[in-house]
Design a protein around this ligand. Sequence first.
Ligand code: CA
Length: 230
Amino acid sequence: MEKPTILVVEDEPAIADTIQYALESEGFRCLRLEVGAGVVEVLDRQPVALVVLDIGLPDVSGVEVCRRIRQRHDVPVIFLTARGGEVDRVVGLELGADDYVIKPFSPRELAARAKAVLRRARSAGSASQSPPSGTAFKLDEERRQITYFGRPLELSRYEYKLLAVLLKRPGRVYSRDELLELVWDAPEASLDRTVDAHVKNLRAKLRDIRPDADPIATHRGMGYSLKEGL
Ligand code: CA
């Protein structure tokens, strides 16, 4: 099988080198560009499985590049962004990116994200062949209620918010830091083990309903995700 090609658009050569090394060790082929101009032309010319796109590019912002890509291609995009950086992360995702990674990031984390995004893209492509799924969880944001196999969960405020974040992007691995920022009101006052404690409680509540299922995956040294295909 031919190696999937990932286009890396990053103006800092040292960062691009690290990314290329990490992706190539995972069996991908890498193309590199240092500016945003020309990205769409590369996509027009050859099949690309995924674009890793720095937001802070010297010529045109990654957000604008993503917009241009979206006019012609539905290739998945992962944004690279500085912490507290150029774009609000949620906005980044709304603009049509599939995921984002905050600098500084570990190459291993980026490679894991890339694989998850590609897995999702593949399963979305073959969705018509598989039976309907997604009945395990139902999220009702207006009522702030989550049901699990038809049973409403009794969740604390943070347990609810934590599970709601995971539910929205199955397969997406969230680091403890990200979860603290997305879920907690005062993340700087909270600790990584706050996240762990809440995940532990959540798991206990889910186990009460279905002892044989463990829908939250732990990624050692990285964080948590909701398992895909539930
Ligand atoms: Ca940059």
